[in-house]
Write a protein that binds this ligand. Structure first.
Ligand SMILES: C[S@@+](CC[C@H](N)C(=O)[O-])C[C@H]1O[C@@H](n2cnc3c(N)ncnc32)[C@H](O)[C@@H]1O
Length: 313
């Protein structure tokens, strides 16, 4: 009997957050991984278990309401212009990520389009590669479907409107024995933290040599702290190399009205996130160590700003 995934009523829309500091860390990492893996000719399976809408307009309502890209990619792009004007060389991973984002904004002074993870993957997709996308939000799945259809790449890119955690199973191991898997849930459900670990454990059993990239928010929640620890423990248990990077932009002075602040109702935006890679590209930790000090200085919002890179295995 076919198992039907019943998506809970999600309210998360990535369009609010597209191009924020967390996307900068995640997408810069994704570009670095894809470029490294493309050095070998053998075809790659790229799987994005939580895809979102694919590509976003930064000048339209959702993104403008949040203003998050203004404190993320827009600031990074402006700092890059300034650095180049002063004759400075950008860290290689920042340069590669920015070049990719710029390809969607040619001829425009401002950044109007922002490529999400499916778009970064499809930009760097070679004829011998396959891209598998999962998205369950009805609106974003519809948008992604339309965007993918517009690309006209046929079966090379496949979208499934089903649970990415479960869907990954059927894809592993890939016939070419090469894969990059991005696991990027919204963590709207507390159960996502455990689901990430279960999904990874299963994937590593099926295909231990794949490159797995997990994004997670670093927030004051026991599940978030535990996830960082459990991801390292899992990597060590399965005896695979791993690398972890954290970018904390610090806490901006609160913009909430004083009454809201007093009642603890002022919105506190996410200020830190991390990536955990299993079987990372050889030079990734080094690329992070070169890029994160620059990003941290560029994206700093207030006290507590910091970055960390760890690796093992
Ligand atoms: C953080 S967003 C993805 C952003 C995207 N990976 C990017 O970097 O551009 C998470 C997405 O996962 C979707 N989602 C939530 N639960 C899911 C599930 N179980 N399977 C597939 N997609 C899911 C949400 O609707 C949301 O669009």
């Amino acid at each position: 009997m076919a198992v039907v995934y019943h998506a809970p009523m999600f309210s998360y829309r990535h369009a609010f957050h597209a191009g924020n500091h967390a996307d900068v860390l995640k997408h810069l990492t994704l570009v670095a991984c894809l470029q490294y893996l493309a050095q070998k000719d053998v075809g790659l399976l790229l799987a994005d278990t939580h895809a979102g809408a694919g590509i976003y307009r930064l000048d339209q309502e959702l993104a403008r309401t949040s203003g998050e890209s203004g404190r993320g990619i827009v600031r990074v792009a402006a700092a890059a212009v300034q650095a180049r004007a002063q004759g400075q060389t950008l860290p290689a991973a920042v340069q590669a990520y920015l070049e990719l984002v710029q390809t969607y904004n040619l001829g425009s002074d401002s950044l109007r389009h922002y490529p999400g993870s499916p778009w970064i993957c499809q930009t760097l997709l070679r004829p011998q590669d396959q891209l598998k996308l999962f998205e369950v939000h009805p609106t974003d799945a519809r948008l992604l479907e339309r965007h993918v259809a517009d690309l006209g790449r046929g079966k090379q890119i496949e979208l499934r409107r089903s649970d990415g955690f479960a869907g990954l199973r059927a894809l592993l191991p890939p016939p070419t024995r090469r894969a990059l898997v991005l696991i990027d849930p919204s963590y709207e459900l507390k159960t996502d933290y455990a689901a990430v670990l279960d999904c990874l454990e299963d994937a590593l059993e099926r295909f231990p040599t794949g490159c797995y990239a997990v994004w997670y928010p670093v927030i004051a929640r026991p599940e978030s702290h535990a996830l960082a620890r459990k991801l390292k423990a899992l990597s060590t248990r399965v005896q695979r190399p791993w690398a972890q990077a954290l970018l904390d932009v610090g806490q901006a002075p609160t913009s909430g009205r004083s009454a809201e602040v007093a009642r603890g109702q002022a919105r506190t935006p996410l200020h830190a996130s991390a990536m955990h890679l299993i079987n990372p590209p050889f030079a990734l930790a080094e690329q992070w160590r070169a890029a994160l000090p620059w990003l941290s200085a560029t994206l700093k919002e207030g006290p507590g700003a910091q970055w960390q890179v760890e690796s093992g295995g």
